[in-house]
Design a protein around this ligand. Structure first.
Ligand SMILES: [Zn+2]
Length: 138
């Protein structure tokens, strides 16, 4: 079977149930309890870890996140990025590059290869990363 088909078979669309299952799986790699909840927020991509008093211990996802990430598994990379911010603790603010490196590392370690390559593509297209930057922590 061509590798493209194998990758496609692993893609899951976003749903609350799939997000919970993904959180359960990823906890082993992050080493702490991964939480998310739905809440209205106005940030880009509709996901954040920021609360009223700065960095929090959970990820907030808005309707925008539910709507825009549809049938693609980019949502796993975004969640991995936000949980990386949680792992940064009080250093979570404006620590985007490190959060992206952590997200890629965690996706790779968890063998979430489809999500890994989708997020690497996103980083290259959206932020102009060079392909080799995506392999920095592997
Ligand atoms: Zn971020």
């Amino acid at each position: 079977m061509p590798w493209v088909l194998i990758l496609l078979m692993t893609i899951q669309s976003f749903s609350p149930g799939n997000a919970d299952a993904f959180a359960d799986k990823m906890e082993e790699y992050y080493g702490f309890n991964l939480r998310w909840e739905k809440r209205y927020i106005g940030t880009w991509m509709g996901a954040t870890v920021y609360g009223n008093n700065g960095c929090t211990d959970r990820v907030y996802l808005s309707d925008q996140f539910y709507g825009e990430l549809g049938d693609d598994d980019l949502w796993k990379g975004i969640l991995a990025h936000e949980w990386a911010h949680v792992s940064q603790g009080s250093q979570c603010a404006n620590n985007e590059h490190d959060a992206d490196l952590i997200a890629l590392e965690m996706l790779w370690n968890a063998k979430e290869f489809s999500a890994y390559f989708r997020y690497a593509k996103f980083l290259q297209e959206q932020w102009g990363w060079e392909p080799e930057e995506c392999y920095a922590r592997r």
